[in-house]
Design a protein around this ligand. Structure first.
Ligand SMILES: NC(=O)C1=CN([C@@H]2O[C@H](COP(=O)(O)OP(=O)(O)OC[C@H]3O[C@@H](n4cnc5c(N)ncnc54)[C@H](OP(=O)(O)O)[C@@H]3O)[C@@H](O)[C@H]2O)C=CC1
Ligand SMILES: CC(=O)[C@@H](O)[C@H](O)COP(=O)(O)O
Ligand SMILES: [Mn+2]
Length: 395
């Protein structure tokens, strides 16, 4: 029985993970559920999944959960960041699903990596921020990091076994690989009139054509910042250079990414757009388990199409590709700025098109110091957030 900690249990990835666990109750146990402050959702999950630990990062939320849990349930309720780092490192924990949204996920994800756990990585922002330090920590502890993000999971599945084992330090040319083809749907605004983008509402931006996801990543998909973050994520996970990484717009999200080999072969991983597939893959790797996902029906799919990304429509994608080339200081600033600008857009404070403006402003105005420790990264993250907040206030 694999004991799992689910960081971000109340979110969209958390729900998909718990659904895969329900499909395989003899093999997996939701040992600890972790969230920020959604008490109602956490209470429902506790009653349904009976974890040993329920952790709310917010202390008031934890106290309320404790009050509302049925007294007969033997669930230890805790709160706080340090306590969370201790939970993921408990010796009985086999596997950690890292699915907190945003930079807030970095400390616990890194704690799981440092504790040498099997880490199922959905929280792309933590890798975008910490890059080299994350990979070094992984190599230092022998943690097994498996990519949950559907594209990176697809790429991983298309790699030869030695490259899979060398995640973080793959020798792509040595494996005969010429390119990684990172696919992206283009989101809900792929074909919208360019002049209409500034008027798009948060609900329109969150209406992804293929995937059902949390609101932050949904907005990132609409701006293609998600693809930019994924480009940086792929750079680190697969040790890929600029020349080896290409973005391909594929509106149907049936191919989840591809690997191109020097002999002309292209391997693609396909499936219905349902996160339970990559989650189940990571949970069971190198075995396979049921995920409860409908088999792909090619006759229903009909046509697959491919386009070049349009940087005029999607300036955030270009910002991210350039930041990746500039280095980790730039990607940390961009990630922080984007979290602030997306939050401001979702709160109705700025327009959709202002997201790219705020992000660009921070990249060109925040002083980028060298990053040798996690504390350095968190300090730069704070600086970029302050700059982004000031910019938002002026818009
Ligand atoms: N959804 C998807 O299909 C995919 C998601 N991802 C990545 O996975 C991550 C999660 O995405 P998604 O599930 O959609 O997001 P959701 O918004 O649905 O869920 C976010 C989760 O993070 C928790 N959380 C938020 N802030 C904190 C905090 N400060 N400390 C601890 N927990 C916190 C939330 O808890 P609470 O409810 O209490 O606020 C919630 O459980 C993101 O990094 C995203 O990029 C990657 C690929 C696909
Ligand atoms: C499901 C998943 O992995 C998301 O990151 C997805 O890729 C978002 O879709 P886009 O391709 O539109 O960004
Ligand atoms: Mn993805």
């Amino acid at each position: 029985m694999q004991k799992m900690v689910i960081l971000g249990a109340t979110g969209s990835i958390g729900a998909s993970t718990l659904s895969v666990i329900e499909q395989n109750p003899e093999a997996y146990k939701a040992f600890a559920l972790v969230a920020h402050k959604s008490v109602d959702k956490m209470l429902d999950l506790c009653i349904k999944h009976n974890p040993s630990i329920a952790h709310m990062v917010d202390p008031q939320a934890a106290a309320e959960l404790q009050r509302r849990l049925p007294p007969h349930m033997a669930i230890a309720v805790s709160s706080g960041e340090d306590e969370l780092a201790a939970i993921v490192a408990l010796p009985e924990v086999d596997c950690v699903m890292a699915a907190v949204v945003g930079a807030a996920g970095l400390p616990a994800t890194l704690a799981a990596v440092k504790a040498g756990k099997r880490v199922l990585l959905a929280n792309k922002e933590s890798l975008v921020m910490s890059g080299r330090l994350f990979i070094d920590a992984m190599q230092g502890s022998n943690a097994k990091v498996l990519p949950v993000d559907s594209e990176h999971n697809a790429i991983f599945q298309c790699l030869p076994e030695p490259a899979q084992q060398a995640i973080g330090a793959c020798d792509l040319p040595g494996a005969g690989i010429s390119h990684i083809l990172l696919t992206g749907s283009g989101g809900p605004f792929l074909s919208s009139d360019l002049d209409s983008l500034s008027q798009m509402t948060p609900d329109q931006a969150c209406k992804h054509p293929n995937w059902s996801m949390g609101r932050k990543i949904s907005v990132d998909s609409a701006s293609m910042m998600n693809k930019g973050l994924e480009y940086i994520e792929a750079r680190w996970l697969f040790n890929a250079t600029k020349d080896q990484l290409k973005v391909v717009v594929h509106p149907q999200s049936v191919i989840h990414s591809m690997v191109q080999y020097k002999d002309g072969s292209v391997l693609a991983q396909m499936g219905n757009p349902d996160m339970r597939t990559p989650i189940a893959h990571c949970m069971a790797y190198p075995q396979r388990i049921s995920a409860g996902v409908e088999p792909l029906d090619f006759f229903k799919v009909g046509q697959l199409s491919f386009l070049k990304p349009d940087f005029n429509r999607f300036p955030c994608l270009k910002l991210a590709i350039d930041a990746c080339e500039q280095g980790q200081e730039a990607t940390t600033v961009l990630n922080a700025a984007n979290e602030v600008s997306v939050e401001a857009f979702l709160a109705g404070k700025i327009r959709f098109t202002d997201i790219a403006r705020v992000n660009e402003y921070c990249l060109s105005h925040v002083e980028q110091r060298s990053l040798d420790t996690i504390e350095d990264i968190l300090a730069l993250d704070s600086l970029a957030r302050r700059a982004a907040q000031e910019r938002v206030a002026k818009l």
